[in-house]
Design a protein around this ligand. Structure first.
Ligand SMILES: [Fe+2]
Ligand SMILES: [Fe+2]
Length: 207
């Protein structure tokens, strides 16, 4: 399967649970590539590599942040587990695996909503964000926003309704993060505003 050449690298730097998650995200990306007419190789590689940096220790990732010149422009971007592992992962796979396709790198950078990348709104980037929540080993039973809305997200994403899926995803994440008192990235707010306007819905759509 596409991306298998990267497995020895991923086995070295990911926990077995994260590797399983990455493989499952690649599987969902294979389904969504068909539905959205994505380049299959790009989709599978982005899915497999999206969390490449997530299990690095702080000393390692801080070094990569400095080396890559990754900037923090919003409070939400300080959080490594929720945000910064996106751009660090893109830098890492470019450096270590010679991945150079800008669509793949932008999708990895912005799967956490981080930054200001040209392809933030590309179908590949959205499909990666959907797959990250939809992969079947994820257990959302303790997160009410996602327990409620992930089945709807699956229905919209697999139904080819990208704007609807993006609105469900961003609206649910904003609701969840607000409840937790977490900073919310402006990209998430902007995406929710744009997609909910396309659909003509308000917050009650995800409540
Ligand atoms: Fe991630
Ligand atoms: Fe992930």
């Amino acid at each position: 399967m596409q991306g298998d050449e990267y497995l020895p690298f991923l086995r070295r730097i990911l926990t077995s649970k994260r590797l399983e998650h990455s493989l499952q995200v690649r599987g969902v990306m294979a389904d969504l590539a068909e539905i959205y007419g994505l380049d299959r190789e790009q989709a599978l590689v982005a899915g497999l590599l999206h969390d490449a940096a997530k299990d690095l220790g702080e000393a390692e990732w801080a070094k990569l942040v400095a080396e890559a010149g990754i900037t923090i422009t919003h409070e939400a971007e300080r959080d490594y587990g929720h945000s910064l592992h996106g751009p660090v992962g893109a830098y890492l796979v470019a450096k270590e695996l010679a991945v150079s396709n800008p669509l793949i790198l932008d999708a990895i950078t912005s799967h956490t909503y981080y930054g200001d990348v040209g392809s933030f709104d590309a179908p590949l980037s959205w499909c990666l964000r959907f797959s990250d929540l939809l992969e079947p080993t994820r257990d959302w039973s303790r997160v009410s926003w996602l327990r409620r809305n992930v089945p709807r997200l699956r229905d919209a994403a697999y139904g080819g309704r990208l704007s609807e899926a993006a609105a469900i995803q961003t609206g649910s994440l904003i609701g969840w993060f607000t409840e937790l008192g977490m900073a919310i990235h402006p990209n998430m707010h902007r995406a929710w505003a744009e997609k909910s306007a396309v659909l003509g819905v308000d917050e009650s759509f995800v409540q």
